[in-house]
Design a protein around this ligand. Structure first.
Ligand SMILES: C[S@@+](CC[C@H](N)C(=O)[O-])C[C@H]1O[C@@H](n2cnc3c(N)ncnc32)[C@H](O)[C@@H]1O
Length: 222
């Protein structure tokens, strides 16, 4: 249980709605307990450390953790994934919990956020996560990953310079977006050409488990 705005909000999986429990089972399977631990961290230390606002607590599962974790269906088995601008581990940590056989590099410049992610990774015992404190521009040239993910970092046009170089010529950007996705693709045409990207697709993930599916812009390279 946690306290937000003087109201108790029990975020634990045992108190979740039947729909949320089904979605958590479908997406996380055997890792549901780890996902529950992550959500408990978000609702306690995440709020205390100022990584997210207390108003987010009642919607942590649906709007944040499940919304991000369903992107796993677009990630090939065993892929090396970089998550740019992870903040409180979204989508990077949610995906790392859902996909223990894949390796995740979480790139985040802010010290407090990195310290919090490190603490959660230790507490959950995740062995498939590396956390790098840097702006993504600083690590471009040193990384060659299969997939880059990002949520709420910037509009697609300005996200491309932060993400595409990490693919070193081949792979995919999976950018979690909202309803603006088609417009962002139109606005990014010049940058897409500049960075050698193929034509992006706007996709939905989690349509069979979430009330509102997650919208993703998939940008191929190479
Ligand atoms: C609005 S937050 C979103 C956090 C998280 N992705 C989410 O969806 O909750 C944007 C994050 O991007 C990070 N960021 C901004 N510019 C960046 C860059 N050039 N490279 C890596 N991270 C960056 C910020 O520090 C911040 O944590």
């Amino acid at each position: 249980m946690t306290e937000a705005n003087d109201e108790f909000v029990d975020v634990s999986l045992t108190s979740a709605s039947p729909e949320t429990k089904l979605a958590v089972d479908a997406v996380f399977g055997d890792a549901a307990e780890l996902a529950d631990q992550y959500v408990r961290h978000l609702s306690t230390t995440g709020i205390e450390w100022g990584l997210l606002g207390p108003r987010e607590v009642p919607r942590l599962w649906e709007r944040h953790v499940l919304n991000c974790a369903v992107v796993e269906e677009l990630i090939p088995q065993g892929a090396l994934v970089a998550d740019v601008g992870s903040g409180a581990g979204l989508p990077g940590l949610a995906l790392a919990i859902a996909r223990p056989e894949s390796q995740f590099i979480l790139i985040e410049p802010l010290e407090r956020r990195v310290a919090w992610i490190d603490m959660v990774v230790d507490d959950l015992g995740l062995t498939n996560v590396d956390v790098v404190r840097a702006r993504s521009e600083q690590v471009a040239g040193n990384l060659d990953v299969d997939i880059v993910t990002a949520r709420a970092v910037s509009a697609l046009k300005s996200l491309l310079p932060l993400t595409i170089p990490l693919l070193s010529g081949s792979g995919e950007l999976l950018a979690i977006k909202g309803r603006s996705a088609p417009d962002e693709v139109v606005s990014a045409q010049k940058a897409l050409k500049k960075y050698g990207c193929g034509q992006p697709e706007v996709l939905q993930a989690g349509a069979d488990v979430l009330v509102e599916a997650t919208t993703i812009v998939r940008v191929p390279v190479g």
